[in-house]
Design a protein around this ligand. Structure first.
Ligand SMILES: *Cc1c(COP(=O)(O)O)cnc(C)c1O
Length: 357
């Protein structure tokens, strides 16, 4: 299948932002987007890059009623020499296919997906900001478009990719976050869709996040749904603890989103001969380690921030400060390592970078 490209006339293009420090996250989209349709009869068809525009949807479209919708989150990076890179894009493609299967949606073809990513990013390359830490955020999405109100898997779908410039996550250096351990609300349970980037997961998380925010906390630390004992994720990121000389992250049991950054952290830490364990660890064990002075660092991992240090957590009416609220040395080292690999400033021993220009 060929991707048909229709470009916008230069005089109709949006002005590009001048001040990269004002970019923030997710506020701007570029001039073009990729779309591809699926129907039971025709399979995937009509792959196209077109001028960015609102979608026209039947109000009975199933995505609007039953949440049959999945997405991905990834970035394109500009190196100092002008090269443009993607970071492990095949992992995002794989993960979207896994999400699709679980939500009874058709799996987008891997080759077309990759070609669409490269073509769209290259077409929009002037939108990629220059500063280290800035990037072009890429949001592949798939929605169910059949107009029908019965609950069943849709017969037709729209896959699209939109992109937009985003600012550096830490323009003024790291700032450790305060997190709220939620025992009242859960994100995902075993047997559910926690391992998918399914839209409904995020709608369901808003309430607890809002409560945490009202209490002055940046993120929610989600515990396992069955026993509410074991940390699983923080906000929309994976979680790591440095306890003694071990780097610990919960195992991918099915309720945890398998972060690509999580996997990168694990592989890098192992290459440094650190002792990395994927095991469930309870809040009791964490509190005990903290009391004994063994909880040295905690951080979240995800595409948006790479790693985000946790400075304190609130659990059962108590504040617990980690590493005096400062950024841990391993957190910082991992951040710099991944950042430099992503921007082509360092060798890429794992072969994670995909140079597209
Ligand atoms: C996207 C996401 C992550 C992080 O995944 P990355 O591939 O590292 O960006 C972690 N948890 C949740 C719930 C997510 O949605």
């Amino acid at each position: 299948m060929d991707i048909k490209v229709t470009t916008i006339a230069p005089e109709n293009m949006k002005p590009k932002p001048h001040d990269e420090s004002m970019l923030g996250f997710g506020k701007l989209v570029t001039d073009h987007f990729f779309t591809m349709k699926f129907s039971g009869e025709r399979g995937w068809h009509d792959a196209a890059i077109e001028p960015y525009r609102p979608l026209e949807l039947d109000p009975a479209s199933m995505c609007l009623h039953y949440g049959q919708e999945i997405f991905e989150g990834m970035k394109a990076y500009r190196g100092k020499d002008g090269s443009i890179y993607l970071f492990r894009p095949e992992e995002n493609i794989k993960r979207m296919r896994v999400s699709a299967e679980r939500l009874c949606m058709p799996e987008p073809d891997s080759e077309i997906f990759m070609e669409a990513l490269k073509k769209l990013v290259l077409l929009e390359k002037d939108w990629i900001p220059y500063g280290i830490g800035t990037s072009l955020y890429i949001r592949p999405t798939m929605i169910a478009t059949e107009a029908a109100l019965g609950v069943h898997p849709s017969d037709s779908y729209l896959f699209f990719i939109i992109v937009g410039p985003v600012g550096a996550y830490y323009p003024e250096g790291f700032s450790p976050t305060k997190i709220y351990v939620s025992e009242d609300y859960v994100r995902a349970s075993l047997g559910g869709v926690g391992y998918c980037k399914a839209a409904g997961n995020y709608a369901a998380s808003l309430y607890a996040s809002k409560k945490a925010s009202e209490m002055g906390y940046t993120q929610v630390l989600w515990l396992d749904a069955a026993e509410k004992k074991y940390p699983e994720e923080v906000g929309t990121s994976n979680i790591f603890f440095v306890i003694g000389d071990e780097l610990i992250t919960p195992p991918l049991t099915g309720s945890i989103l398998p972060g690509i950054t999580r996997d990168s952290v694990i592989q890098i830490a192992r290459s440094w001969n650190l002792n990395v364990l994927q095991k469930s660890i309870s809040m009791d064990e964490i509190l005990k380690a903290h009391k004994e002075g063994l909880l040295k660092e905690a951080f979240a991992s995800g595409t948006a921030a790479i790693v985000s240090p946790v400075g304190q957590f609130y659990f059962r009416d108590d504040e617990h400060i980690i590493n005096e609220g400062k950024v841990g040395s391993l957190t910082e080292r991992l951040y710099n390592e991944i950042l430099q690999i992503q921007y082509g400033e360092k060798e890429d021993p794992f072969g994670w970078r995909v140079k597209i220009a």
